[in-house]
Write a protein that binds this ligand. Structure first.
Ligand code: URA
Length: 446
């Protein structure tokens, strides 16, 4: 069938079957289809949508457009599973959750991305660690997934290659914001990793990828239906991104925070008030969901027991250290983090000018401030300054007095820090009225 006939069908509101979608995705992957037809296809889907079966077929076609990982030839003692997030600010969940779940008996082949827009990227964070190789040989990756239970690497050209081109064209043809295209793009890549179980973290709030809570929910519902329809047990936690998840954002700063959590320091330590940190709570919720959905834990209580044991025994930290060393980083990162993770030369506190309660944070602006400081890319291919970012970010609902810090800015120069401080002051709103912090986990969809 001609590609133009497939596009015509979609343009005219008819449905596409798996064969037709395979033809399009294969043609995108092997470059036999040009950008004009890719753009027309994306726009036809954007305008007319897809029914559930079509969206499942599109996801499977993207998944199968390249190599699909298989694990059944290895002697794995536990399930192959993963978590993926729609992205956020101060969201270093993967760095802690992967080793933690590995320490509970899971095998996590985590293929992660770089920073996108205002959101940070797990690969950029890991590259703060000297020597860490995000593109290891396939054999190294598989060996680590088997022996250590976790390896976090970058996407290879052979994994869901149709998505890379399709996404690039969507980006310049105003067709990113389509639920079936987003779900097929996210899940196509993830399911190519041969997962039994996937838990998605869909963010809600001022720093979320989706613009409204309703849109986040719609995306979450589609992910569950399409992921399960494509044969992988898929569930979603809708989690809050109305403020940075950690109290820091920036690449090396987030590695330091991951090590702190893996040492067990996220518990009962939120700014000395005796509660678990937000980051710890969200990671633990996602990890428990992974254990239960994959069958590694028989109940919520069982998941709690296993997670406590893995953290208290030091096994989760040990898995992280083995992964880092196995991918070329130092063997003693956990013991000598300050030696390996460079600090920014300039640090300045942004202080409150008035008394009040922290009432709103424009989380997207905070993420963009990190990019402006050099912690993310303005253009693809830009070099990153891993040292820069924000720390000690005050939390929603926190009362501050004049002169008290709202956050600390870490920059390469005084000029950079001052420029960021103007932007950041506008991103933080104080009010006289008490403010309730939003819930951390808005909902779970299974
Ligand atoms: N992330 C993806 O990987 N794909 C999309 O389409 C949107 C976000």
């Amino acid at each position: 069938m001609l590609i133009s006939e497939i596009i015509r069908r979609k343009r005219d509101g008819q449905t596409l079957n798996r064969q037709m979608l395979d033809l399009v995705m294969k043609g995108i992957a092997d470059d036999s289809i040009g950008d004009a037809q890719i753009g027309a296809f994306a726009m036809a889907v954007y305008l007319n949508g897809m029914n559930r079966d079509e969206a499942i077929a599109l996801t499977e076609s993207i998944r199968d457009s390249g190599q699909v990982m298989r694990w059944d030839d290895l002697d794995l003692q536990g399930p192959v599973l993963d978590k993926h997030s729609t992205g956020g600010v101060g969201d270093l969940t993967s760095l802690v959750l992967g080793p933690w779940v590995a320490a509970c008996g899971g095998h996590v082949p985590m293929v992660s991305g770089r920073g996108l827009g205002h959101t940070g990227g797990t690969l950029d964070k890991l590259e703060s660690i000297p020597g860490y190789d995000v593109t290891p040989p396939d054999a190294t990756f598989r060996q680590l997934v088997q022996d250590v239970g976790i390896a976090i690497i970058g996407q290879t050209g052979s994994l869901a290659p149709a998505d890379k081109r399709l996404y690039g064209v969507r980006d310049v043809t105003a067709t990113v914001e389509s639920i079936p295209l987003i779900v097929a793009s996210i899940l196509g890549k993830k399911l190519a990793c041969g997962l039994k179980t996937l838990v998605m973290d869909v963010k809600v709030g001022s720093g979320a990828f989706m613009p409204t809570p309703e849109a986040s929910r719609e995306l979450a519902e589609a992910i569950v239906a399409i992921g399960c329809g494509a044969g992988t047990t898929t569930s979603v936690l809708l989690t809050d991104m109305n403020q940075p998840l950690a109290d820091c954002a920036g690449n090396a700063l987030e590695i330091q925070e991951a090590l702190r959590l893996l040492r067990g320091d996220g518990r009962n330590q939120e700014r000395g008030d005796g509660r678990d940190s937000r980051l710890y709570t969200v990671i633990r919720s996602l990890a428990a969901e992974m254990l239960i959905q994959s069958g590694l834990a028989a109940s919520a209580e069982d998941a709690d027991r296993r997670l406590d044991r893995a953290l208290d025994s030091g096994e989760a930290l040990e898995r992280f250290s083995r992964m880092v060393h196995g991918l070329g980083g130092p063997a003693d990162l956990a013991e000598r983090a300050d030696h390996y993770l460079a600090a920014a030369p300039v640090e300045i506190d942004l202080t409150a000018t008035d008394a009040g309660t922290l009432n709103a944070i424009d989380t997207r602006e905070l993420g963009l401030a990190v990019v402006e400081l050099g912690g993310g890319r303005r253009n693809a291919g830009d070099a990153i300054d891993h040292r820069v970012g924000l720390s000690q970010i005050a939390a929603l609902g926190q009362a501050v007095e004049p002169g008290q810090p709202l956050l600390r800015i870490h920059g390469a120069s005084r000029a950079d820090v001052e420029a960021a401080s103007h932007r950041l002051r506008r991103a933080v709103t104080l009010s006289d009225a008490p403010t309730e912090a939003p819930p951390l986990v808005h909902a779970a969809l299974r």
